[in-house]
Design a protein. Structure first.
Length: 647
């Protein structure tokens, strides 16, 4: 760090500016830094910012808070790339004025200090305009006329109007800038808050064994809209290969009529830019996207970089695949699992440029068809440098595109994927069930450096994963896991069938029996025992209450029962704070005393306040210690809005 002033721990930043921090449009970017120098000099600081590509920097003032920490914010009104830096300097006049104020208060003679003030102000006269010059000259005259007590001189020297003029004219002689210019990526609102619903279009019909079309699937849109979802995620919709096609329950040999796995991409009808003929045509898909939009749903499409043996690329670009010593192409394996119907792509191919460009063109093609979000399948098995390039390329043309990383893998790889550009990320929430696990994990996501770049998307189930807690806990566990996902994280999703509490598993495995990945399902979407009313209510609360749209505002509350998780979602000024308690036990009622520190709800110690349960409509008078009893099935949780203080 050059100069006398030190600037450290700038936020938001990722790896000291190596990667962009993430923000959301129309939410002022909050900036902070440690800024200090030797001695007791008064400092000034600003954040300089601009949209990337702009020539002109703009500035916003930073304010000293505590322990040399400075804070401020700047507006971001469009999504895309931004950059900012911190600038700090010594306020020479302010330092003199602070010293003069102390001496006058102590009753000291300040003749020398007044003369010093004249010397400091004199250079400003030449830089000032006429109106400014008159104000500065008046202050100089007052300092000269002061007899030495400093009272009159101090009054003139500390006049707010004068200070405003001097601030504008300050030469910032020893200004120091932060060591790097920090990148910032600003996403649109959907990246920050979203409720995903995953469905297989072919399973939206009414005839067992017969694939539904996109036109048939449109009939499901009103139901999904009523439940309150805003992202509709589709597994691959491309032609499904026939060679080595899997049968029901992942059988090696498909029976006649088995539709195969949508992730075995490519057939006679084409590859990654074609539509599975059983679903309809490309025009049908565009119509589906438009119909979804009319129901408030954005369509997210799966982007899986793999091919069936029948994919056109296998013949056209054999160098893009792995080969055995005998020259045949290797199918995919994740020992002990084997995927005989899928060829993985070889990113070490000598035709790297051709492969990368082809994959980019796939995304651009679907964006032209109206797709705005991509759920990327297994990105951790592809090079990070590829994702860094691909996402930047796409965002260069379409900055509003959202990328969700479906990577259940080692933590550092998941973090690296988020750093290189993925908008949202799958998480370990699927397997975090105990109170201790949830508190530890949410604290990491919300209150460490991960919050600067890692946007979690909580999924209690997926087509590949039926967790043990749902298998064993049944209907009540589905309620619990939904409530946690939807209230802990601004982004969450469910795989269709969750609302029906489907939990039939392959014995001893976290996998669905009769998996929809390999067969066409027909369901009664209003079957008895469904939890659609709960889903609908909570999604409505997520839209109505900004406190549920934030991750960093979570504060866990003490309670004397490890089977109850209690937490506050604190509202910004003018926004209601929510107090939430969830019974983690799907079998038995649980009771506890929830401790709510007064500062969490903005009351004085000992003061009571009213809370309103947004799930039941009941109201209670609460204070610091509050009794809670939660019953699985009938009342598994409270979502309290802090409404008003008692008289």
């Amino acid at each position: 760090m050059q100069g006398m002033i030190w600037i450290e721990d700038v936020r938001p930043s990722v790896d000291r500016g190596a990667y962009p921090a993430k923000w959301v449009v129309d939410s002022p970017c909050r900036v902070s830094a440690d800024i200090f120098r030797d001695g007791h000099a008064v400092l000034r600081a600003v954040v300089r910012w601009r949209a990337k590509g702009e020539r002109r920097w703009r500035e916003e003032t930073l304010t000293h808070t505590v322990n040399d920490r400075w804070e401020g914010q700047f507006p971001v009104q469009a999504h895309g790339a931004y950059e900012f830096a911190i600038l700090a300097w010594t306020d020479v006049y302010g330092t003199w004025l602070a010293d003069l104020t102390k001496r006058v208060a102590a009753g000291q003679t300040v003749t020398s200090e007044l003369t010093e003030g004249v010397q400091l102000l004199t250079p400003y006269v030449e830089r000032a305009r006429s109106a400014q010059r008159k104000r500065i000259e008046a202050a100089i005259d007052a300092l000269r006329a002061d007899g030495g007590s400093g009272m009159a001189g101090l009054a003139a020297a500390s006049d707010p109007a004068l200070l405003t003029v001097l601030e504008k004219l300050d030469p910032r002689a020893d200004a120091v800038a932060s060591a790097v210019v920090y990148p910032l990526w600003v996403d649109r609102a959907r990246a920050h808050v979203s409720a995903w619903y995953e469905l297989f279009p072919r399973s939206q019909g009414t005839h067992p064994g017969k694939a539904a079309t996109f036109r048939d699937a449109e009939r499901r849109l009103p139901d999904i809209q009523r439940m309150g979802f805003d992202v509709l995620y589709l597994p691959p919709i491309h032609p499904i290969g026939k060679t080595n096609r899997k049968g029901r329950n992942n059988a090696l040999v498909a029976a006649p009529g088995d539709p195969g796995s949508p992730w075995a991409i490519g057939g006679e009808a084409g590859g990654h830019t074609a539509i599975e003929p059983a679903l309809g045509t490309l025009a049908d898909f565009r119509h589906f996207v438009q119909a979804a939009g009319k129901h408030g749903l954005e369509v997210a499409l799966d982007f899986a970089i793999q091919c069936s043996p029948d994919h056109p690329w296998v013949k056209e670009h054999p160098a893009w695949f792995y080969h055995r010593p005998d020259g045949t192409i290797k199918y995919a394996e994740n020992p002990p699992k084997k995927y005989e119907d899928v060829y993985p792509v070889n990113f070490d191919t000598e035709d790297r440029e051709g492969l990368w460009q082809a994959l980019k063109e796939v995304l651009l093609f679907w964006i032209e068809q109206g797709v705005t979000i991509f759920r990327v399948d297994n990105p951790h098995t592809k090079p990070l440098i590829f994702w860094d390039w691909l996402i930047r390329e796409v965002h260069g043309r379409h900055p509003g595109i959202v990328f969700l990383a479906e990577a259940f893998t080692r933590p550092k790889i998941m973090k690296a994927l988020a750093k290189v550009g993925f908008t949202q990320s799958y998480t370990y929430f699927t397997w975090r069930n105990t109170k201790w696990e949830l508190v530890e994990y949410l604290t990491e996501l919300a209150h460490t450096e991960m919050a600067e770049y890692y946007r979690p998307n909580f999924w209690p189930n997926t087509p590949d994963i039926l967790p043990e807690v749902l298998q064993v806990g049944g209907h009540n566990a589905f309620q619990i896991r939904f409530l946690l996902a939807a209230t802990l994280s601004p982004n969450y999703g469910i795989y269709s069938g969750f609302e029906l509490c489907e939990n039939e598993a392959i014995p001893g495995h976290e996998e669905y029996l009769n998996s929809e990945k390999y067969e066409i399902r027909v369901r009664d979407w209003d079957a008895p025992g469904n939890i659609k009313p709960l889903i609908t209510r909570v999604n409505a609360l997520r839209r109505e209450h900004p406190a549920l749209q934030d991750l960093r505002n979570i504060r866990f509350l003490d309670c004397d029962n490890d089977q109850i998780l209690a937490y506050a979602k604190q509202g910004a000024p003018g926004v209601a704070t929510l107090l939430i308690a969830v019974n983690l036990n799907p079998e038995h009622p649980q009771a506890t005393t929830v401790v709510v520190p007064p500062d969490v709800v903005g009351v004085e110690p000992g003061e009571t306040y009213r809370v309103h349960d947004l799930l039941t409509g009941d109201a209670y008078e609460w204070s610091e210690n509050n009794y809670v009893r939660l019953v699985p099935g009938s009342q598994p949780a409270h979502i309290f809005r802090v409404e008003r203080h008692s008289a």
